[in-house]
Design a protein around this ligand. Structure first.
Ligand code: XMP
Length: 305
């Protein structure tokens, strides 16, 4: 990308020309990519765009409200409350790939319902360059609305940011005046907190993971990590008050990276780590301990599943 203003004008022109007077849908995930693509497309075609945000229940703390506020100006924003349906579908499932598959499938089902309702002809996606490279490999089945075109016969798919890197997307987001909470937000995986919960996703583990991720994001902001996260990785014994508990083990991870392909675990100071530990064990009666992950990628991945 040579110049951000030029990019924006060209992308808008491309979107407007491609879609003409037809109708388009876009899936908003809360992340910077889809938010930026939605803002671009909305500037190009206004209410001919329906932005769909599916609340899977696997989102970060406060994310749904932030989306509602940020995109309040779009009359056509649709928020789908699907938390219970995702939990039901995930019940009993412990296999990481199966979990991703279930979430991807349910996401498409929810999205498809709206796309058919509004009779969308086009699909706009916030795909960026590294997504295209990663999906050529088979490291992990990435979740997006990729399966949708097989179910709905769209006239076309528009990917205005297909050649951009993440830092360039953030530049575009800033130039479009997107809220900082979105433009500067860490990447968050499509399957959400489900990949930060080892084994079955339950309401209790989700509650622990959501609060722990919030604590970690807040406490580590000043370290400017590429990603900082918390995962519920198992159970262990602890003492809470006068009782022994068999409670959750929460792993904290903070990494530096340029594109997520490789990453280095960050060195954090002891006081910060202790503050995180104290807030996470204090937030939920059933958290027994907090550990810090010092593994780089490779050999580990950034997420836990
Ligand atoms: P890993 O865990 O493979 O993650 O080292 C590399 C980067 O990709 C993100 N990630 C995902 N993003 N859908 C996404 O949209 C996914 O299924 C997915 N899995 C991992 C991860 O957060 C990190 O930034």
């Amino acid at each position: 990308m040579v110049n951000v203003d030029e990019f924006i004008e060209e992308a808008k022109a491309e979107i407007a020309e491609e879609i003409g007077d037809k109708h388009a849908v876009i899936g908003l995930s809360g992340g910077v990519d889809s938010s930026t693509a939605a803002a671009l497309a909305y500037e190009a075609i206004g209410d001919q765009l329906t932005a769909v945000y599916v609340d899977t229940g696997l989102m970060r703390k406060g994310e749904t409200d932030e989306i509602r506020e940020t995109f309040d100006y779009m009359d056509s924003l649709r928020i789908v409350e699907a938390q219970d349906r995702f939990l039901d579908e995930l019940e009993g499932e412990t296999d990481p790939e199966e979990k991703r598959h279930i979430i991807g499938e349910q996401f498409i089902r929810e999205f498809e319902t709206v796309a058919r309702e509004v009779d969308a002809d086009y699909l706009v996606q916030g795909t960026i360059y590294p997504d295209r490279i990663e999906s050529e490999g088979t490291i992990k089945s990435h979740h997006n609305v990729g399966g949708l075109p097989e179910r709905i016969d769209f006239d076309g798919i528009v990917e205005p940011m297909r050649d951009l890197y993440k830092d360039e997307v953030r530049e575009v987001a800033r130039a479009l005046d997107l809220e900082e909470i979105i433009s500067e937000r860490m990447p968050f995986p499509g399957p959400g907190l489900a990949v930060r919960i080892i084994g079955e996703v339950t309401a209790e583990k989700l509650e622990v993971a959501r609060e722990a991720n919030h604590v970690v994001e807040e406490e580590l902001e000043e370290y400017e990590p590429w990603q900082a996260l918390a995962a519920v990785i198992g159970k262990a014994t602890g003492v809470k008050g006068d009782n022994r508990v068999h409670g959750w083990v929460v792993a904290v991870r903070s990494v530096e990276s340029r594109d997520g392909m490789t990453a280095r675990a960050q060195e954090l100071d002891w006081d910060t780590l202790q503050r995180i530990q104290s807030r996470i064990t204090g937030a939920h009666e059933n958290v027994a301990r907090v550990v810090y992950d010092v593994t780089h990628k490779p050999p580990a991945t950034i997420e836990y599943e």
